[in-house]
Design a binder for this molecule. Sequence first.
Ligand code: 9PG
Length: 462
Amino acid sequence: MTAARAPHPVAFTPIAEVPLRVDTLVYEHGWQSWSPAGLHPAHGTSSRPHTANAHTLGYRPGVPLPERGFQGEGLLAVLPGAGEPVRLFSARKPADCVPSLRAEVRDGRLLISSTGDSGCVCEQSHSSDLGAALAAWAEEAAALRDRALPKVPPVWCSWYHYYLAVTDEDVLENLADMDRLGLPVGVVQIDDGFEAQVGDWLEPSNRFERPLAEIADRIRAGGRRAGIWLAPFLAGAESRLAQDHPDWLLAGADAGHNWGQQLHALDVTNPATAEWLQNVVSTFRGWGFDYFKLDFLYAGALSGRRRQEASEVGAYREGLKLIREAVGPEATLLGCGAPLLPSIGLVDAMRVSPDVALWEVLEEADLSQPSRRLAMLAGRARAFQQGRLWLNDPDCLIARPAMEGREEWASHVERFGGLRSASDRLADLDAWGLETTRRLLTPARTEPFPLDRLDLEAAPAA
Ligand code: 9PG
């Protein structure tokens, strides 16, 4: 457990007031991939983290949430009531400044307030259709993207069966099974677990006997692309990276706690850190990997004392640009745990929800935690981003019998992905699992998600 830090004061300035009616709704868009997003009755209160660490890993780090009401990060909309136009508040220039936007009930009205100066926020009035308003916003924001959305083949990912215990043998077993079963997998992506430590990416864990370059060769020999998971802006306190190069770490920042250790963020404005980062990703590229699941990206946008003057969003975008420059235009970049608005234009695909889980935790959950139901809520609330900002990654299909609610989850993936990936040990699939995996593993859809299918439903008030 990390000790909770006293949040530094963050100033909110009122920017609008909306008369509150019984049917007034608020659309709240959280900071990063795992943060909640959804539509709520305006008199309610959205999800809150249960611990300081859950705040850092699932919400906007360092920015406190209001006691009651809502806080969108760079994007918040109010639906004043039947027939009234949607009022959409957003970052004017998401590559420069992403304001936090609050909606709170005050004296029978809904008060909207924002961080940042007035140049940072803008308000647009749209039709009374929320989906159309969000899609129009995304189409405008997509001006930051100067590459077309790439054709990404269907992906197999090691995470949701093997988790951290993945071995090179496991990857090869599934590779053989893809051929045996004739499954249309085009990218084999090794997830977390191959590395000695988070941060020490070029040192293998002792579960990998063969060099990663050899695994990539084996994957590519079957005509597939090789993919790798990295948390490029993180270093675990136990990593050699953190121990040998304390000056590469972002001073005064708390990147949270995971893998049984405190996490540090890297300061990519330090030229030595930038050089190391580019060397890591180009080494993987040289080994034959050209699909990168870039995870825990929130660490690149933490506040702290940087070597060179840069805003949080500016430093984050610089970090992603360094990676793109090193891997080249042909590689696919999938963001995960990633600040959403700050990533626009810099990733090809984006995880738009918390992790799916094999079964539901029954206690009333913080909405950023792994869960099928919560992944569906967030994935649906961010469906408008598909094909506009990036390829939406709804998270992997899990189709083996052990997956609770697998039919419902498969329908969600089929409807909302975007990127298509599957994460079972293929030998565990029964007839239904195999048929469903075969059917859902299509190349990523690049078309914008159709507006008439953005049926956002309001969640009951907390
Ligand atoms: C690998 C995994 C998988 C998964 C990612 C990410 O502590 N946390 O809040 C936490 C959230 C998400 C998470 C891990 C931890 O999962 O989304 O697909 O790649 O990392 O470690």
